[in-house]
Design a binder for this molecule. Structure first.
Ligand SMILES: Nc1c(/N=C/[C@H](O)[C@H](O)[C@H](O)COP(=O)(O)O)[nH]c(=O)[nH]c1=O
Length: 365
């Protein structure tokens, strides 16, 4: 077995540990670490929650004296700054490791490379870039958020094979299978916030909660420029998760007061329509690093047409409903010429029960 494939074997294990905490480290990245000494794993760690020890610290604690002279694998460059916990690079030096293998550099431009410098200055061998792609894809949310301070936006829709989210009479239950719907709830569990337009609330009285055992409910966000939302909507009355409503300058002040009295946070953005950039800035400043848009066709189109969507998740059922009046998952004005189409990269398709799950990234710029 080559030296590199041995490094990849242990880095894969570190990545599995990083991934195990998906959904609970936000707004921090997911990080995993493995310490190997004389061909034996002596320590394993994962970052589990913001403010708690980083992956390397958990692994070093488990390894104890067995760390000395060993190799530590870590999926993200060890931190060099005093965040909520002390710098990991210095802890690695103190523990007497002789080699550090890193998957991805820290995407925070303020600290990228500093951790590696501390290690090399202490005479420790550093190997970088082992399974870098996998590590960066795992932390696509953090990598975007730490630079833009706005949440990573995933637009998710469930449609028939002819792209409809409901029939012409608005019937929509169910389009996709239980497996696909469960996959969506795992996505909600991992998301900081979930967003719909008021039309979806009016149509479905959506709960926007994560119906999974031990499921974590994301913050619920509703775009409602004139506060049309019914005051007995489940997102207002069920107490299952906080609900924020973003509205416009024409909202009825009396209704706003009643909603706030019911425990809803109402945030007015500039202009009559809801300003999406202000929505993202507000969520980002509240440390929401990932936003799941389950829009409805109009809201999805707003995010896509304003270039604010990062990723598309489309669940397509092998069904056709037809009908020129049946709503699609992307309404709005749409582009005029085919060469103006919104292009997607890195498309991945998988089968979930009878349905297809498409995952792709909006091309920016
Ligand atoms: N109709 C379907 C979906 N419909 C999803 C809706 O557009 C919207 O996300 C729901 O109203 C959310 O409400 P709640 O939280 O489930 O109560 N989504 C799916 O994945 N499959 C379907 O068949």
């Amino acid at each position: 077995m080559s030296e590199m494939s041995i490094h990849e074997t242990y880095m894969r294990l570190a990545l599995e540990n990083a991934r195990s905490a998906k959904g609970q480290t936000a707004p921090n990245p997911m990080v995993g670490s493995v310490i190997v000494n004389e061909g034996r794993i002596v320590g394993i760690g994962a970052h589990l929650k913001p403010g708690e020890p980083h992956a390397e610290i958990h692994a070093l604690r488990m390894a104890g004296d067995h760390a000395k002279g060993g190799t530590i694998y870590v999926t993200l460059e060890p931190c060099s700054h005093h965040g909520r916990t002390g710098p990991c690079a210095e802890a690695v030096v103190r523990a007497g490791l002789s080699r550090v293998v890193i998957a991805a550099p820290d995407p925070n431009p303020l600290v990228a490379g500093r951790g590696v410098k501390i290690l090399r200055d202490a005479g420790i061998e550093v190997i970088e870039g082992v399974l870098r792609e996998e590590s960066e894809r795992l932390n696509e949310v953090f990598n975007r958020y730490i630079v833009s301070k706005r949440p990573f936006v995933t637009v998710k829709s469930a449609t028939t094979l002819d792209g409809k989210i409901a029939t012409r009479t608005s019937s929509s239950r169910w389009i996709t299978s239980a497996e696909a719907r469960e996959d969506v709830h795992r996505l909600r569990h991992e998301s900081g916030a979930i967003l719909v337009g008021v039309q979806t609330i009016l149509h479905d009285d959506s709960q926007l909660t994560t119906r999974l055992p031990n499921g974590r409910n994301p913050l619920r966000v509703v775009l409602d420029s004139t506060l049309r939302i019914p005051e007995d909507a489940r997102v207002i009355t069920d107490g299952e998760a906080p609900t924020w409503i973003f509205t416009g300058s024409n909202a009825d002040p009396a209704k706003r007061e009643r909603l706030e009295a019911a425990g809803v946070r109402v945030i007015e953005t500039d202009g009559e329509r809801v300003n999406l950039e202000q929505v993202l800035d507000t969520l980002g400043s509240s440390e929401i690093s990932s936003l799941l848009v389950e829009g409805g066709g109009q809201v999805n189109a707003s995010f896509v047409e304003q270039g604010l969507a990062d990723k598309l998740l489309l669940y397509m059922a092998p069904k056709l409903v037809g009908g020129k009046d049946a709503p699609t998952f992307l309404e709005g004005l749409g582009v005029g010429n085919m060469d103006e189409a919104f292009e997607l990269d890195d498309l991945r398709v998988e089968q979930l029960g009878p349905d297809l799950k498409f995952e792709a990234y909006f091309r920016k710029g």
